[in-house]
Design a protein around this ligand. Sequence first.
Ligand code: OSB
Ligand code: MG
Length: 370
Amino acid sequence: MLRLDTLTLREIRMPLVHPFETSFGRTTERRILLITAHCGSVDGWGECTAGEHPFYSEESTDTAWLIIRDYLASMLLGRSFEHAAECAALMEQVRANRMAKAALENALWDAEAQARNLPLWQLLGGTQTELSCGVSLGIQPTVDQLLGRIETELAAGYRRIKVKVKPGWDIDVLSRIRHHWPEITLSCDANSAYTLDEIEHLRKFDQWKLLMIEQPLWSDDIAAHAQLQREIKTALCLDESIHHVRDAQTAIDLEACRIINIKLGRVGGFSQAQRVEHLCRTRGIPVWCGGMLESGLGRAHNIAMSTLPGFTLPGDVSASARYWHEDIIEPEVTVSRQGTIAVPQTPGRGYRLKHALIDKLTVRRETLRA
Ligand code: OSB
Ligand code: MG
């Protein structure tokens, strides 16, 4: 039994090793909200994956802080849980705000795994002990620079290259990549940069034998993706459109995609991610774990989730050193020359937190009590 005694919110600032640019914006420094759930003798930690601005989703670091402080914390504080998943129902009255909810739920899972002395991935029902890794490469100043980055990642062993695209950074980029590497597993992610008026343009993407095109259209329009999927050969993958298992169900029923990207924060935490994974596995839809430029904590949680059996495609979860000069966990996440992550076998999340470093990076902190 876990009793949630106290919650600590803190914001840490972490400059990225490489700025990350997508069709919706550019990130040079992360402002990450971390949650500590103090439960008796164990502290569970959760990372909120909201971005600095409400550009990828409606949430931001600041809205998540406010929603947790003013609404969600009081729904959970002082409560006792047999299982971390029980907290989701207690937060239902608050609509959406899934990244805020996920930070709390995942902190409780993190605590539960420690309290039960079980690896978090085993508590989740994971089956895989070695994970296939891919990388997501942002928009670069020039195509030559992008080709250089791809060269480095392939040499490091990564098994799938995903590049960000948008109108004006697509045709030339993809054709030059394919010219250099005709056989690599390649995909692209538009983060909603196109419209249905551009079907003829998007049809050209079929020539490059991409593993998938991720989220080409509006985040709130699954039906539009179904229309596009009927018109092109390349598999579509939905990211921003999938908020919960019902969205996944709708997308699969409408044949709006053939692959789904699961992000822990976007779906509201581990229990909803389990539901999406289970549905997709039953319906024959492969899934993979998307990344949100997480610190080592969120990265550790992504690794635990990716051990579920439906995660059969390489994820965006890659080595700590690709993002951070120094990560907040030890050991840091490393990737083998074969492009794999070895799942930790120790109890809990499997990575220790560097508390002194976290304190040094903290710019604000607030403690909430029952
Ligand atoms: O769409 O997958 C995305 C980063 C921020 C917001 C959205 C996305 C991404 C990434 C980066 O692609 C994945 C990573 O390396 O963490
Ligand atoms: Mg994406």
